[in-house]
Design a protein around this ligand. Structure first.
Ligand code: GLY
Length: 353
């Protein structure tokens, strides 16, 4: 068992342990005393884990309700959010009660947003079951949903009261979504840890996944503590995400998973900053090679014009500028402001090499 304390506006623990999902009731009881717990989950995760989670919650004395939505990024919209609010109201969930987000990033982001806004805010617990959610989205309090203009454009910062990570849930995750999460793991190596980046070269079979999750969460915890509301250092976590979100949007969240899009974004961004003479030579090739180790794409045929256009509505755009994240070398990242107008040209410099 591994435990980390997060010292943000709301302080909470992250606990990583195999099998913890079936004991979630006991852990929740130790941090809070709600009467009711509303479990929010998607159709895939419901079939696999709801029974064990609900049994544990009931055993600990909670009154439990469950809201299940259709799995997938295309459900991450206001219609689903509205149905969640109705579920809470219909089940008499009050300010003293709690939401439990059981699932991947889509579930955690939406359940967290509902927790942030229902009755002006109630507590919530994250029980992430995908690698992407375990290493990234369940920690740090970013919540929200997509609108047609872009991903996560509506949201709130709302920290959970507890994060329970069960690495055993990865046993049921399809390989594509293990790879998807590995893109975020590679991101942590790129922005903060050359040691992690090197370790990842061993390949999936040689990794202790519990240790990898811990290392990522440790990095994220430190960043979030320094900059909870993303006014500085937290922006580094967006490495590869400006292009990644643009690609997801171009393909209407259907062709590329989040991690796949981010992998392409990390490589493209590194090529451009290498061409500019900022990233040390070979940086993009090293990242591309590591992405390929985890069967992640490193190139997409979308035009740079379309990518630059789609990135205009990204959250990382402020005024006429976009905050892009570039690497000086693997493990050393920084934020650079670039005008929206110059972004396409910036990407083109890599093509011209
Ligand atoms: N996923 C990036 C962040 O939490 O800031």
């Amino acid at each position: 068992m591994k435990k980390l304390k997060v010292n943000t506006g709301r302080k909470y623990d992250i606990i990583i342990d195999r099998g913890i999902i079936d004991h979630c009731g006991e852990y929740i009881k130790s941090v809070s005393s709600p009467t009711r717990v509303a479990v929010i989950t998607d159709s895939n995760v419901h079939a696999l884990y709801s029974q064990g989670v609900i049994a544990s919650l009931k055993q600990s004395g909670f009154i439990v309700s469950e809201f299940v939505f259709k799995a997938g990024e295309t459900s991450k919209n206001f219609r689903t959010i509205e149905a969640m609010y109705s579920h809470l109201a219909d089940n008499n969930v009050t300010r003293k009660d709690m939401i439990l987000a059981l699932g991947g990033g889509v579930t955690g982001d939406m359940a967290g947003f509902v927790a942030a806004t229902y009755l002006r805010g109630i507590e919530f617990i994250q029980v992430p079951t995908s690698l992407l959610a375990q290493v990234d989205s369940s920690v740090g309090g970013k919540t929200g949903y997509d609108i047609k203009q872009g991903k996560n454009l509506v949201g709130a910062f709302w920290q959970p009261s507890l994060v329970l990570i069960d690495p055993d849930t990865l046993n049921t995750l399809p390989q594509r979504y293990i790879n998807d999460g590995m893109a975020e793991v590679i991101k942590y190596g790129c922005i903060k840890s050359l040691g992690l980046f090197r370790l990842l070269k061993k390949g999936m079979d040689q990794l202790d996944i519990e240790n990898i999750i811990f290392r990522c969460v440790y990095i994220k915890r430190d960043i979030v503590q320094n900059d909870e509301k993303e006014s500085g250092e937290r922006k580094l976590l967006n490495f590869g995400h400006t292009i990644g979100h643009a690609l997801e949007k171009i393909y209407e969240y259907k062709k590329l998973s989040h991690g796949e899009a981010v992998a392409i974004g990390m490589v493209m961004m590194s090529r451009a900053s290498e061409a500019e003479g900022v990233s040390s030579k070979g940086t993009a090739a090293k990242i591309a090679e590591l992405c390929r180790t985890y069967n992640l794409p490193t190139y997409d045929e979308a035009s740079l014009r379309d990518i630059a256009f789609a990135s205009q509505s990204d959250k990382k755009t402020s005024g006429r500028d976009i905050d892009i994240v570039i690497l000086n070398s693997i493990g050393k990242a920084r934020v650079k402001k670039i005008s929206q107008r110059d972004f396409q040209h910036y990407l083109e410099t890599a093509e011209e090499q």
